[in-house]
Design a protein around this ligand. Structure first.
Ligand code: OFO
Length: 171
């Protein structure tokens, strides 16, 4: 059985994952409007993945005798100065999510809730992967700079990234 405190913290994370899904959906729209097919597909897939992260937590809360909560979401930014800025925002957001998962792990340990601690390990590993992926993408974008041809190639390149992550087991 989840404590009230743990339940509230997990419900907060449910909201954060749902907001992540909306943030990436807004980024999909922004990049699709810029004609970047590969980048927008990457963002659509990332948005779907975040919804899966949300649902996994949602089901866990209910399984453990709590009640998963559907809450209001903050409207995400729709405009970014550039594709580079968009990916910088993504990276910062993932760092924020990692911190939030760390805080959850901390609460689980404090409360000696080892089941939740064990459950959260999947998210800890996932955040390491997502942060690393965002950093790799940012490095590439920094290399490209303002070169339009480079951006075109990058847009093709990121499609391969999609294939790799789509082949990897998710939830
Ligand atoms: Fe849910 O992993 Fe990104 O935010």
């Amino acid at each position: 059985m989840l404590s009230r405190n743990m339940q509230a913290a997990l419900n907060k994370q449910i909201r954060i994952e749902a907001e992540s899904s909306q943030i990436y959906l807004a980024m999909a729209s922004y990049s699709e409007n810029k004609g970047l097919e590969g980048v927008s597909q990457f963002m659509y897939d990332a948005s779907d993945e975040e919804r899966q992260h949300m649902l996994k937590l949602f089901k866990y809360v209910n399984e453990r005798g709590g009640q998963a909560h559907v809450s209001d979401l903050v409207e995400p930014a729709a405009e970014f100065g550039s594709i580079k800025e968009m990916f910088e925002t993504l990276f910062k957001h993932e760092v924020f999510v990692s911190q939030s998962i760390n805080d959850l792990v901390h609460i689980a340990l404090e409360e000696k809730d080892y089941a939740t601690h064990n459950f959260l390990q999947w998210y800890v590993a996932e955040q390491i992967e997502e942060e690393a992926q965002a950093r790799t993408i940012l490095d590439k974008i920094n290399l490209i700079g303002d070169d339009k041809g480079g951006l075109y190639l990058f847009d093709n390149d990121i499609k391969q990234l999609n294939v790799v992550s789509a082949a990897a087991p998710t939830v």
